[in-house]
Design a protein. Structure first.
Length: 506
């Protein structure tokens, strides 16, 4: 027979566990319209706005280069989780999945959750959308320093319909008081604005072909850009955006909101958006070979063009047609100004076909130079010099001796172009600019970079010279600065990536 005191203790423990389980279950197993407010909790609905553009796009202006409405899949919220941290102690309180996320019928990029049971108090609130990860951290600083190296392990997002990971600009959701509303039939609504952790890169070409001309205006080659390949995709990211005002090269200690705010005009000369690899990008990149595998499509390893997974470009059929862009999604990639070099920056490698324009020469049986009029007679390897192409090294040497008496050979100054099944190929590279300082010989802060939630539109509008790698080999130098003369003229717009089909005040 049980002792009365044991029965009493057992009853208390049973009640304790029943009460404890009912409260915890309410925090996890929410369903629309069934949650009740208790003395310990409050019914809360989250209203998520998923179309907010990043306002760190330009340090000098909020307008950027216009805006782009984006695609419905780019602002869709498939799932979300909310985290509560005590605003006073900065300790973790609760983590709850948001359920029944329903788009507003009038505003497709605003989603509302079913009510959840939230604790009363004053909290710093964080939301992550479209992520399968649950961040388990005890303190707010540890939580904000979280690095996700699981979601984008290939560097690029292929299927946008699965949803782009988004996180809130949590400064707006700090010190949020959660308490019962005055009317019992109402729940508290918390507005949260989300930003994507990826950037969008659109690549296009203005025309199907570009004419190269010599100093006299005579055409010597035709260039057709057919494909592209994005290089230096980062594989990991801070779940929540980091910035740092850097007066030294030491990594700053995370503080809130100092490292979470926006870059102002006054800060633009020494303030950077930083990524998890930021302080590993040294000014001297000569020894960098992507040893830790941080970058996918590492530019320094692109030696064999045949092994590259090129993406095809389609030029407009006529000048009146709009440019046909091909979209890629990539994580932010930033570095100090002296480290803005080819080994670190995200860039676009273009593949082109080069066709000589009635200026290929060979030696005839008498040892004299003659024009090759039949294109099928072009050699497998052409030597290019002085706006002319030669079928052999001997033909090139003969031309040099005629035009520069006394010269022995300039073979080493000539480019070579090897024939493939689709013609003579060459390659061009263009690096993504975030903030142009309009000085081609002076590197600016955040000039070459990619920042989350921005849309970068790169359009090739003209070609100034023959590309490199005509011999079928690409030999990248990771230590070359991104700034400098380019053989391509591209227009690169940094746009607000935002959907605004209706004016709404949340």
């Amino acid at each position: 027979m049980s002792h009365p005191k044991q029965i009493s203790i057992l009853l208390c423990l049973t009640l304790f566990f029943l009460c404890g389980c009912s409260t915890d279950d309410a925090l996890v197993e929410e369903s629309k319209g069934t949650t009740e407010t208790t003395a310990e909790s409050v019914n809360v609905v989250f209203r998520l706005q998923s179309n907010q553009t990043s306002i760190v796009t330009r340090a000098t202006t909020e307008s950027g280069d216009g805006e782009d409405p984006g695609l419905p899949a780019e602002y869709k919220v498939n799932n979300a989780r909310v985290y509560f941290f005590d605003s006073n102690t900065k300790l973790f309180s609760k983590s709850v999945p948001l359920k029944d996320l329903t788009p507003d019928p009038a505003i497709g990029w605003v989603y509302e959750s079913s009510p959840i049971s939230a604790p009363q108090g004053i909290f710093d609130i964080f939301v992550v959308a479209n992520s399968n990860r649950e961040i388990n951290k005890e303190t707010e600083d540890e939580f904000l320093a979280d690095i996700d190296s699981q979601t984008y392990t290939d560097g690029e997002l292929i299927d946008v319909n699965k949803g782009l990971v988004m996180a809130n600009r949590a400064v707006a959701n700090l010190n949020t008081e959660i308490k019962p509303e005055n009317k019992a039939d109402k729940v508290k609504t918390i507005q949260v604005v989300l930003e994507r952790v990826v950037a969008r890169l659109d690549v296009g070409v203005k025309k199907s072909s570009f004419e190269l001309t010599d100093d006299g205006g005579h055409i010597y080659a035709i260039i057709k850009i057919s494909d592209f390949y994005v290089v230096n995709y980062p594989r990991s990211y801070y779940t929540y955006r980091h910035i740092a005002s850097l007066n030294t090269l030491k990594e700053p200690v995370w503080t809130m909101p100092t490292n979470f705010g926006d870059i102002s005009y006054d800060q633009q000369h020494n303030t950077y958006v930083i990524d998890p690899y930021f302080f590993n990008k040294k000014a001297d990149a000569s020894g960098f070979s992507n040893q830790d595998d941080y970058y996918a499509n590492f530019y320094g390893k692109v030696s064999d063009p045949n092994g590259v997974k090129w993406k095809a470009l389609t030029a407009p059929a006529n000048p009146s047609e709009d440019v046909k862009y091909v979209t890629s999604y990539c994580l932010e990639n930033c570095m100090l100004a002296p480290a803005q070099k080819n080994g670190y920056s995200t860039g676009v490698l273009f593949k082109a076909t080069m066709e000589p324009y009635n200026n290929v020469y060979r030696l005839n049986s008498a040892g004299n130079l003659e024009l090759v009029t039949d294109k099928t007679q072009y050699a497998d390897v052409l030597h290019y010099y002085d706006y002319r192409f030669f079928n052999s090294a001997a033909a090139l040497e003969a031309y040099v001796k005629q035009t520069m008496p006394g010269a022995t050979t300039v073979e080493y100054e000539a480019q070579k172009f090897a024939k493939t099944d689709s013609g003579y190929h060459c390659y061009y590279i263009s690096w993504v600019k975030h903030l142009d300082n309009f000085n081609d010989y002076l590197m600016g802060t955040m000039e070459f970079a990619i920042v989350r939630n921005n849309l970068y539109s790169m359009t090739v509008v003209s070609v100034g010279d023959l590309g490199f790698g005509g011999d079928g080999k690409i030999v990248p130098d990771v230590d070359i600065p991104d700034e400098g003369e380019s053989k391509l003229k591209v227009i690169l717009n940094v746009k607000k990536w935002i959907q605004r089909n209706i004016d709404v005040k949340l």
